[in-house]
Design a protein around this ligand. Structure first.
Ligand SMILES: [Fe+2]
Length: 129
């Protein structure tokens, strides 16, 4: 059974999907069950300083930056997207990023709290708390 907003990856073709509405079935791609992507957190020592999203409240919403040390944004290694969810899970904003860009997202929002995830093409899915 899947849950809303879970992400799954096919380790054969690289497809990544996000659950929009949950169901009882398993997600399958290329003939195999897809891997449930678990978010890495700041509690994990591995590479956290370049991957944890930092969120700052602004007058219009939130500013989100990836990493206390800037994450590389080169062809071989970059942040592919940043996703912000309102804490009530009613709104989602995802920004796709490309090599050479800054790994940040400015979010206009009147919500009080958000959760943020980002996906690195090498080191996977990360979140803040
Ligand atoms: Fe990375």
């Amino acid at each position: 059974m899947t849950k809303i907003l879970e992400m799954y990856k096919c380790n054969i073709c690289g497809n990544i999907v996000e659950v929009v509405v949950s169901g009882n079935g398993e997600l399958v791609c290329c003939g195999e069950v897809m891997e449930h992507l678990k978010e890495h957190t700041k509690d994990e020592e591995m590479l956290q300083e370049k991957h944890i999203p930092y969120v700052t409240k602004t007058e219009e919403g939130f500013e989100i930056k990836v990493g206390s040390i800037p994450h590389p944004m080169i062809d071989e290694h970059y942040i592919m997207f940043i996703e912000a969810n309102s804490s009530d899970k009613r709104y989602i904003k995802r920004k796709y990023l490309f090599p050479g860009e800054e790994p940040q997202l400015n979010l206009k929002c009147d919500c009080d709290e958000i959760t943020v995830r980002e996906y690195c093409n090498i080191h996977g899915l990360w979140t803040t708390d």
